[in-house]
Ligand binder design. Structure first.
Ligand SMILES: Cc1cc2nc3c(=O)[nH]c(=O)nc-3n(C[C@H](O)[C@H](O)[C@H](O)COP(=O)(O)OP(=O)(O)OC[C@H]3O[C@@H](n4cnc5c(N)ncnc54)[C@H](O)[C@@H]3O)c2cc1C
Length: 398
């Protein structure tokens, strides 16, 4: 077996490494903060033009237009992770909307939205959950009635991450009130400044640290053109599942990067003058996490291979979210323990490490065990769709 990458890929790695080293200082800290928008656009555009972001998106939709190549993707991820830099942008537009548009959008929608979204010029939020529709998402009630060439939307969304800082929303609305529960839903995109939209921020235990804010969004007679529906009207459930699949897979992205960051922290932190890395207890926990992170990295390569071959990953795809979210939380739990009493600081102070990254990551990764479908729901999906076990009993309706 030849485990060498070969000259072509070694050259590619050297190019990526040089790029990251040269430009990493100019990267913005967050992506949703409107004050940093210009910086975000510049940073992402630089990456697209070099071919390290939106690499396989066709040029006519604003991407770099390269052929998919598994090893190139692995190398880019490895090099960005090594330098502790996020490749591209972790946000709902690039990770959820863009793959959905590539699969289901009209030519016009692709040309209008994909490029600006990948460059960070347009930020998106996801309007799925409602007060009565979370795990049972198909119970959603936000209604869209047709009026000429438009839909008029009324209803409410909740837990809408970053709605207060987004330009656009992709949402699920009920367009066919008389159809069966899963059939009358449409997937629609809309500007957040449309009259009739009110965004109310919700306070959470993570306070205002981190960039992800929670909101509820109210719709009162919000007029949206019919052409903003993605895919077939009434077929939104299938489209939503495409988005959710990409959301869950995107959670695979950075376990190795987080692991490197954890190792760096463990080398730097000391207890009684001894490095945390020298503690057998911490090292044992680290080794277990490393094994899990590396297995998820290789699992990611397996998924990528399936997608390049246009094969379904089957049950392999279903385990990504439940495994990775727990792994991310467990890594941050070790970091918090390693920092000792400094680990419980949750306000920016002179004692905080890594700009408070671990405290934010800990609370955020706990949230991700719920967001995008809870761990319990993921396990139901693995059992029913992956292993073919009997469906869970539904409560009796009288
Ligand atoms: C960090 C974060 C970000 C989010 N961002 C967004 C966003 O941007 N847009 C958006 O639309 N939504 C978002 N959400 C909402 C998220 O999708 C919902 O919270 C999630 O789907 C669960 O729904 P729920 O909160 O209504 O809980 P419920 O559905 O009421 O569930 C409550 C509890 O019951 C359990 N449960 C429910 N049904 C079953 C079952 N059949 N079997 C076993 N257990 C079950 C659940 O696992 C959970 O523990 C976000 C949530 C979080 C935490």
């Amino acid at each position: 077996m030849d485990l060498e990458y070969g000259q072509r890929y070694n050259d590619f790695r050297a190019q990526v490494r040089a790029f990251v080293e040269k430009h990493k200082a100019s990267r913005p800290i967050t992506s949703y903060d409107p004050k940093l928008r210009e910086k975000v656009v510049k940073w992402l555009s630089l990456q697209i033009d070099a071919g390290y972001w939106a690499r396989t998106i066709p040029k006519e939709y604003g991407g770099f237009g390269a052929e998919p190549d598994l090893l190139e993707t692995v190398i880019m991820d490895e090099e960005f992770n090594r330098a502790g830099v996020t490749r591209g942008m972790m946000a709902q537009g690039p990770s959820m909307l863009v793959p959905t548009l590539l699969e289901h959008g009209t030519e016009e929608q692709k040309r209008q939205w994909i490029g600006p979204t990948m460059r960070g010029k347009v930020m998106w939020c996801q309007g799925y959950s409602e007060p009565g529709a979370g795990s049972d998402l198909a119970s959603l009630q936000t209604a869209a009635h047709q009026d000429g060439d438009d839909f008029i939307i009324n209803g409410q969304k909740i837990w809408t991450s970053s709605a207060d800082k987004s330009d656009m929303m992709f949402a699920l609305v009920r367009t066919e009130p008389d159809a069966a529960k899963h059939s009358g839903i449409s997937y629609i995109i809309l500007p957040m400044n449309t009259p009739g939209i009110e965004v109310q921020p919700l306070q959470t235990m993570s306070g205002d640290l981190g960039e992800n804010s929670f909101n509820q969004v109210f719709f009162t007679d919000v007029r949206v053109p019919r052409t903003n529906v993605v895919g077939q009207r009434g077929n939104g459930w299938a489209i939503a599942n495409t988005t959710l699949k990409h959301e869950r897979n995107s959670l695979n992205a950075n376990a190795e990067g987080t692991l490197f960051r954890l190792m760096k922290l463990m080398r730097e932190e000391t207890m009684n003058g001894v490095s945390a890395m020298a503690s057998p207890v911490f090292r044992d926990r680290l080794m277990r996490l490393q094994a899990r992170a590396l297995s998820m990295k290789h699992h990611g390569m397996r998924m990528l291979t399936c997608s390049l071959k246009k094969e379904s990953p089957g049950i392999a795809g279903l385990i990504v979210k439940v495994q990775n979210c727990q792994l991310n939380f467990d890594m941050s739990a070790l970091a918090i323990d390693v920092m000792g009493e400094l680990g419980v600081l949750y306000d920016h102070t002179k004692y905080e490490r890594d700009r408070g990254y671990w405290q934010i990551h800990s609370i955020f990764s706990l949230g991700l065990i719920i967001g995008g479908g809870t761990a319990q729901i993921q396990k139901n999906i693995i059992a029913e769709r992956g292993l073919g076990l009997p469906r869970e009993p539904k409560p009796a309706t009288t």
